[in-house]
Design a protein around this ligand. Sequence first.
Ligand SMILES: Nc1ncnc2c1ncn2[C@@H]1O[C@H](COP(=O)(O)OP(=O)(O)OP(=O)(O)O)[C@@H](O)[C@H]1O
Ligand SMILES: NC(=O)c1ccc[n+]([C@@H]2O[C@H](COP(=O)(O)O)[C@@H](O)[C@H]2O)c1
Ligand SMILES: [Zn+2]
Length: 271
Amino acid sequence: MENSEVTKVVLLACGSFNPITNMHLRMFELARDHLEDTGNYRVIKGIISPVGDGYKKKGLIEASHRIEMVKLATETSDWVTVDPWEGQQADWVETAKVIRHHYQELLAAERSKDEVDTVRIGKKRRHEDRGGCSNGGRTGVPQLKLLCGADVLESFSVPNLWKPEDITEIVGHFGLVCITRAGSDAWKFLHQSDTLWRHRKNIHLVKEWVTNEISATHVRRALRRGQSVRYLLPDPVVQYIQELSLYTADSEEKNADIILAPLQKYSHGGN
Ligand SMILES: Nc1ncnc2c1ncn2[C@@H]1O[C@H](COP(=O)(O)OP(=O)(O)OP(=O)(O)O)[C@@H](O)[C@H]1O
Ligand SMILES: NC(=O)c1ccc[n+]([C@@H]2O[C@H](COP(=O)(O)O)[C@@H](O)[C@H]2O)c1
Ligand SMILES: [Zn+2]
């Protein structure tokens, strides 16, 4: 029987996914094991949200392809899915806004469940009046937590990349699950940031013991050089990339002379 104190959690990963790799999928498995191992959480869903073209990162191919690849990669998962909303927006959307959007979706889903329940409870009462059995209660809206690698956590300190109030909202209001990554010391970073330290109870650092340095940059480089990327990405993704010749010397030059959207937005004091 499930402990009534167990909190339901939905994990949301935002990123380029250019292309999605096996390590992106592993992040979800590692995070779920870690959270559920505490005995306090049950992870009910994972959402992958590829960033829109407006992010303007160098080498970023069209969102429609990146979304399709995540769809193919998650076909074999019974709990991780792609959500195209962010990728379909014309302009880049701040991560805090993306999280808010998904939280609103969870609230709306819960509300419609409530409406169904209201009808059902009415019916159930009539059923119980006739001697039928009771069905147990509902447990409420799940928590939504941002899932990322330690490099994203470290990027919080890059000038003009994140708004301080967005960081506070993400770690203070929602929560963060962060997977260790070679080259980034997540514990040291958390220790050195007053904001992160203040909200440390909302930040779950997950140690990946089977260190895995797969990166999408490495995958794109191998593809440009005609090398195999099999077993770094799910087979259907490898096939999709090959059929459409998605990653080339030309695609890597996309946005080469353009400043990353958040830097553009915050460097001029805009918000
Ligand atoms: N090997 C890895 N270990 C831990 N986290 C990872 C790893 N690869 C990607 N991530 C995380 O996955 C999310 C999406 O990352 P992203 O799409 O930038 O992939 P990437 O491999 O870092 O790509 P790129 O090389 O293009 O930056 C980020 O939160 C990132 O930190
Ligand atoms: N201020 C912000 O909200 C902010 C800044 C930089 C990156 N991000 C997000 O973090 C993710 C980082 O992805 P990459 O590691 O692929 O660059 C993207 O989803 C991007 O939108 C958000
Ligand atoms: Zn990255």
